[in-house]
Design a protein around this ligand. Sequence first.
Ligand code: SF4
Length: 314
Amino acid sequence: MTNLTESLRTSLDETFDFSTVELARKQGDADTTQKFLWKLRDGQLVESVLIPASPALYGDASDRHTLCVSTQVGCAYGCTFCASGLDGFKRNLEPAEIIDQVLAVERAQGRAGERAINNLVIMGMGEPLANYDNLMASLEILNAEWGTNIGARKITISTSGLVPQIKKLAAQPRQYRLAISLHGATDAVRDRIMPINRKYPLAKLADAAEEYQQAKSGKLTLEYILIAGVNDGLDQVLPLAQLAHRLRAKVNLIPYNHVDGLEWDRPDDAIQDAFHEALISRGTLTTLRREKGHDIDAACGQLRLRTEKELAST
Ligand code: SF4
């Protein structure tokens, strides 16, 4: 832009960036689940996961894709099964760093400027609602016609159960979809694996989720990672089905992906099937997502941890 003065160009160069994330590592091939590890300007690492079009999960079937993005580096919430929280919380992502995960994936697909992604899931590393203001600022741009124009109903925000922020989200005008990372249908189970439940137990979480459902009249999703011997007992089925019925929610069952250094494992297929069928027999809309993710460090946060360990040992 030689029509600008050199001092202005220098100042623009020092003040603004076109991209805030740089590809550090990628796993998986086109047509399968692909994981992107991004290096931020301060050297921190975060992940995004690109999921091929699937009518069963989020949004509609199409030739486009669903992208799961991160909102924080690390996580403070310490769910005992999760790789993202293993190293604790580092920092919130800025709005540009959240948005850039979408643009950078489109660039990496060779589709810069096209809308290659039309479903967004805010469920990667971090607790999205703990970075509420930056998340809302980024979604405003991702949703806007002048931005990336991804419909609000094609954006699903996930939370482990931050009750005040769920209520705040219910009161804002956009029709984002909400997914609750439930992973237990009783306080006893949730208390064991999700420390947030001690602050906001199930009764409070259910009230807030119901408030959201009534405000937005959209379908909620209850995410339920099946962990062997922890939450896969049939005693969880009735309270889970009742909660799903109350919230008009669908249940997304996800067999656990083992995380190095953690004690948990996925249940056998027969146990997964029995849990799934018991929910269906109670009239609960349920999907069982038996993905083949082990080979790409599918558990969220695992690729980052592994890469950080490798970097530390070189
Ligand atoms: S499951 Fe979500 S809220 Fe819990 S530690 Fe992992 S990233 Fe944080």
